[in-house]
Write a protein of this length. Structure first.
Ligand code: TYD
Ligand code: MG
Length: 456
């Protein structure tokens, strides 16, 4: 039989009979790769349940006849994981966990599976040998009699083993190593990933077993292979962080069973990942003497208030073109803030090198960090420290106005809880709000100049 091939865009999964330089779907260049496909197997069944058990099929039902009682979620001992999943693991859900290699995905799920002592867990490892997993488990120092390991990549064999063991939770590490006998192309290719995920999805839905799929992320940050995966699964989590720092963030990208605004924070230690319950304390460096160029922002990441330290260094430029470097903060946003300071405040950053860093190696997306960035820049520019008892929450507009941010009370409450004495917020946040209950001093500011005068 002649083997059929097709071209797949490695970015979005678009299928084409001919090679093309540019993908018509996602408009990326040079993403087409030829893969073998097998389409004409008669009566193709999946590896999971080749024969329909008990002859039942999914017939049309009246919506009112469907019971809407939410099934009990499975609570893991890890409060951060429960939270990002929207309150525990939903039975029959398919969860994709993405992250760069080495970030700690295998550690996180091995650790969680080992801590779930009452249920039977099957950990399918296609990347590491049984010895390697065992060594890691020893390092984590948790023992569990209901934890089973399978080093296998063929979905056919995997489903045979699953039928024997009947696990209550399945973890696949990683989806890129799985191989379905119905598809000819290599593991990790778009058509393989699509097929094996579909098989896992059918298994999860029909057996009501939750399945976690671990997936690697490509350089540009998307889950390797394909966006197509993201809509096949119920929940997409992303595990991120800077490899050189110990802190890791587990973020919800999509969740059919909960909010996508959730976030879990971990610290990588010698014995696996530790949950960080009070992130603010670790993100602010403890120091006695006050240094210039440091300002604290009262941000909200996900649903949680978090105080984050912003560090700036402004120096006389030695080269013709001044340098701008930002870690954990959008570089274009930094350039914008510098332009605002230049134009509205009359500061001459044009002849200075500017370096900006968010402490702890985390990335902050919340625009309320602007005001702290601005103050850190000014503090370094003037070489005058900002008191470590002051924090900031405000977005900066193009005309130099300090704009209101959401959930201001939560931010103020967190700052007060951590012992700050003063918080600078936007004047527009003050309107109609009652801050009488706070003991912390609240300084409303409307423009960049007012901030400057209030600080120095
Ligand atoms: P790993 O879970 O293998 O990452 P991934 O599956 O995302 O590729 O974790 C990799 C790193 O974590 C590795 O560099 C070693 C480190 N690590 C610790 O620091 N402490 C530990 O207890 C464990 C198990 C791993
Ligand atoms: Mg791994």
């Amino acid at each position: 039989m002649k083997i059929k091939t097709a071209f797949f865009c490695q970015n979005c999964g678009y299928e084409s009979a001919k090679w093309a330089g540019k993908c018509p779907s996602c408009e990326q260049w040079n993403t087409f790769v030829e893969e073998k496909v097998q389409k004409d197997i008669p009566l193709r069944n999946t590896s999971w349940q080749p024969e329909k058990e008990n002859g039942k099929s999914n017939n049309i039902v009246h919506l009112s006849a469907v019971s809407a009682v939410e099934e009990d979620r499975l609570l893991t001992p890890d409060a951060e994981l429960n939270r990002v999943l929207g309150g525990g693991i939903v039975p029959g859900s398919l969860v994709l966990v993405g992250g760069e290699p080495g970030i700690g995905k295998s550690t996180l799920f091995l650790q969680n599976a080992l801590q779930l002592k009452d249920i039977t867990t099957l950990y399918i490892s296609g990347e590491e040998s049984a010895q390697q997993v065992k060594m890691r488990a020893d390092r984590l120092q948790v023992k569990n009699d209901h934890f089973f390991l399978l080093t296998e990549t063929s979905t056919q064999t995997i489903f045979q083993e699953i039928k024997k063991l009947r696990p209550q939770l399945v973890i696949v590490d990683s989806i890129q190593t799985l191989q379905s006998p119905f598809i000819e192309s290599a593991p990790g290719s778009v058509s393989q990933i699509r097929e094996t995920t579909a098989e896992m999805q059918r298994f999860a839905k029909e057996s009501h077993t939750p399945v976690f799929l671990i997936g690697h992320i490509t350089k540009d940050g998307s889950i390797a292979g394909p966006k197509i995966l993201e809509h096949m699964v119920d929940t997409v989590l992303q595990f991120e962080g800077d490899q050189h720092y110990a802190y890791r963030i587990l973020r919800t990208i999509k969740n059919r069973f909960g909010s996508t605004a959730e976030l879990g924070i971990y610290e990588m230690t010698g014995q696996g990942l530790r949950q960080v319950t009070n992130p603010s304390e670790i993100l602010i460096s403890q120091r006695e003497d006050q240094l210039s160029g440091v300002a604290i922002a009262a941000t909200i990441e996900g649903m949680r208030p978090m105080l984050v330290e912003v560090q700036a260094l402004v120096t006389q430029s030695v080269y013709g073109t001044p340098q701008r470097t930002a870690t954990g903060f959008d570089l274009r946003r930094l350039q914008l803030l510098l332009a605002v300071l230049e134009k509205r405040g009359g500061f001459h950053f044009g002849v200075k090198d500017v370096f900006l860093n968010i402490a702890g190696g985390i990335r902050v997306e919340d625009p309320s960090i602007d005001l702290a960035v601005l103050c850190a820049l000014l503090s370094s520019y003037e070489d005058i420290p900002v008191s470590s008892k002051i924090c900031f929450a405000g977005e900066v507009g193009l005309s130099g106005e300090i704009r209101a941010v959401n959930r201001i009370e939560q931010r103020i409450a967190e700052a007060e809880k951590l012992g700050f004495e003063k918080i600078f917020i936007s004047r527009y946040n003050k309107k109609g709000a009652d801050f009488g209950k706070f003991n912390i001093e609240i300084v409303p500011v409307g423009r960049v100049e007012e901030v400057y005068r209030g600080l120095f």
